[in-house]
Design a protein around this ligand. Sequence first.
Ligand code: SF4
Length: 189
Amino acid sequence: MDIGKWIRSWPVYRQVTGPDALGRGKAAQSARSAGLTPRTASADSVAHSVCPFCAVGCAQKVYVRDGKVVQIEGNPDSPISRGRLCPKGSASKQLVTGPQRQTKVRYRAPYATEWQELDLDTAMDMVADRVLDARRRGWQERDGDGNRLRRTMGIASLGGATLDNEENYLIKKLFTAMGAVQIENQARI
Ligand code: SF4
């Protein structure tokens, strides 16, 4: 056995004899770790994104190879998160590539016990029809004293914590334009 090589394989030896005195870098790295290449190194493109899980809006770099997401990391250029992601944000690759992810519109009709698949155009038309119908049926032109109201009580909006400022701005604009007055977000509740 090469005793010198064996001793040099100890992290503590490298720590006390090398430049990594705190043992948090090269000194603690095994030969196997040193030989590994991160998935980010072999990506052929990187897209900038924002973590979809909560309203903090941490910035992400999405690494893609052969048209598939291979890794998602925090973006150090972000003034909000400075490269960090919490455990949920670090797991966002699962959200994109997980086998349980729904990629088609699913619809369960009133009183039905089974889900059915709808194409997106049909689903969007159904949503628009319901919104228009609820708005019309809940419309109040004037109150009992004749004061002008011009609002609908048939629609309310409750946003979730995954909505960021920009989305909430657009939702507020849209619902107010439709005459809704009950517009809230989970962050205020
Ligand atoms: S879930 Fe975590 S990583 Fe994602 S935006 Fe919120 S704090 Fe940031």
